[in-house]
Design a protein around this ligand. Structure first.
Ligand code: SAH
Ligand code: SF4
Ligand code: F3S
Length: 450
């Protein structure tokens, strides 16, 4: 009989953006050889990792309240003679690591987004109760070099981080401070990771970066997309998030020419007033953004546009906010994320005069979201009657139902066998909601037509 190491239980909770989702998966990969298996229950776990987000005040507060809950679980485990190690990772760890350890002594270790390859050593120190237990250096290259080759994948879609960090310094944003300077992974390493994913059955990959289109490897992001499009089995490629200033002609052209590149683009604009955009240090105007969208649509007319918006940035007057609504009307977004401006310590905007009252922010956000919701509904409704290729990924909530994604990233529900999972199938869209589409299978005869 072969002896297997006892399984240690690892619970990871992920906050924030997709890059944190990717990092959480890779932390699990780093810890797997040490005998840690992932559990979805924090109670009784041997190691709890909170992978945190610092982007808005609320996101940060959530971490501290969750730590309170986990601390009680740690105490219960200690009563039973067990040990639970609590780790705080991600952007809050980077921004206020020392403060976390002081404020919540139950935290055993703190690991920034570019140091999680050091987790095994930090955990060992936590068990020994000696040595430095805060790792928050910026060394993206070391992090990626130190990651294990193998990735556990459990589906047909996967995230792949290709770029990290940000040099843009929008005046409201903490990311340049929490993720450091822009760093692009070597093309060969990315291609190797994509090939392994495809070998494991992944059919759609989403390339990630805080500014993914600033990818500086040979040929830029367009070159990378074209290279990955040659990998057999990798039928769909997406990327997020992009900055308008880094949307070059080669990438726009790729949208018209690379079949695997899906017609969906998340291109945050933040606001529609040039005065506000300038104060945000966004490096684009409302007009330059609109012209950019025009060029992208000329290359790929059916592209679904998505964006991010901030309302109530310091100094935003009613007329400025109206300019945001006007821009939204002109673009017609398929989906979008919108936020009230959140004052982040240490960022230039936090010190600006003209901070906007909370009620005004609330009212503006409600108006903006009503418009964006209408646009999303209209975009979805326009798909009714069309035949779209859907990559089915998982079982639906109802028995006998499968769920996948349209090329435009809309969730699509359909009655069908589980064997559809992992397949890209043309289906007829029969109904639309704001958040999803319903489809039915094509008859065989129709399938021939497609
Ligand atoms: N790198 C990406 C996204 C970064 S964070 C980009 O530049 O587009 C995701 C979104 O959070 C931002 O696009 C912005 O809309 C929002 N955000 C960032 N800082 C914020 C703050 N202080 N208050 C409110 N929203 C913020
Ligand atoms: Fe933040 Fe601006 Fe960088 Fe995006 S581009 S991560 S909003 S600083
Ligand atoms: Fe949040 Fe850090 Fe991502 S602040 S949005 S987890 S880069």
């Amino acid at each position: 009989m072969t002896e297997t190491a006892p399984q240690k239980r690892l619970y990871i909770k992920t906050y924030g953006c997709q890059m944190n989702v990717y990092d959480s998966e890779r932390m699990a990969d780093v810890l797997r050889p040490l005998g840690y298996g992932v559990t979805d229950q924090p109670e009784g776990a041997d190691l709890v990792v909170l992978n945190t987000c610092h982007i808005r005040e609320k996101a940060t507060e959530k971490v501290y309240s969750e730590l309170g809950r986990i601390k009680r679980m740690k105490a219960r485990k200690a009563e039973d003679g067990g040990e639970m190690v609590i780790a705080v990772a991600g952007c809050v760890a980077q921004a206020e690591g020392a403060e976390i350890m002081a404020r919540q002594p139950a935290v055993d270790l703190v690991v920034g987004p570019q140091a999680y390859h050091q987790l095994p050593e930090l955990i060992a120190r936590a068990h020994r109760k000696s040595g430095e237990r805060l790792a928050a250096d910026f060394a993206a290259d070391e992090k990626f070099d130190a990651l294990p080759m193998e990735r556990a994948t459990n589906g047909y879609t996967a995230f792949l981080t290709v770029q990290e960090g940000c040099d843009k310094f929008c005046t409201f944003c903490v990311v340049p401070y929490t993720r450091g300077a822009e760093y692009s992974r070597p093309v060969e390493a990315i291609e190797a990771e994509a090939r392994r994913l495809a070998d494991h059955g992944v059919r759609e990959v989403t390339l990630l970066g805080q500014n993914v289109n600033a990818f500086a490897g040979e040929g830029g992001l367009a070159g990378l997309v074209r290279r990955l499009a040659r990998i057999p089995g990798l039928d769909r490629i997406r990327y997020t998030t992009s900055h308008p200033a880094d949307m070059d002609e080669a990438l726009i052209a790729a949208h018209g020419e690379v079949e695997q590149l899906m017609p969906y683009l998340h291109l945050p604009v933040q606001a529609g007033s040039d005065k506000v955009l300038k104060a945000m240090n966004r490096a684009h105007t409302a007009d330059s953004y609109l012209r950019l969208v025009e060029r992208i649509r000329a290359a790929r007319p059916d592209i679904a546009m998505s964006g991010d918006f901030i309302v109530g940035f310091p100094g935003e007057r009613d007329a400025d906010f109206e300019a945001t609504l006007a821009l939204v009307r002109e673009v017609a977004y398929a989906s979008a994320f919108s936020f009230k401006y959140s004052r982040r310590p240490g960022t230039p905007a936090a010190a600006m005069t003209g901070q906007v009252a909370e009620e005004v922010k609330e009212e503006r956000l409600a108006r903006l979201q009503a418009l964006l919701n209408d646009q999303q509904m209209a975009f979805n409704a326009a798909q009714a009657g069309r035949v779209l290729p859907v990559l089915f990924e998982r079982d639906g909530r109802r028995e006998g139902q499968v769920v996948g994604r349209s090329p435009y990233l809309q969730p699509v529900h359909m009655a069908g066998p589980a064997s559809l999972k992992g397949q890209i199938v043309p289906v007829r869209i029969v109904a639309a909601n704001r958040g999803s589409l319903s489809a039915e299978a094509l008859t065989e005869r129709m399938a021939e037509v497609v």
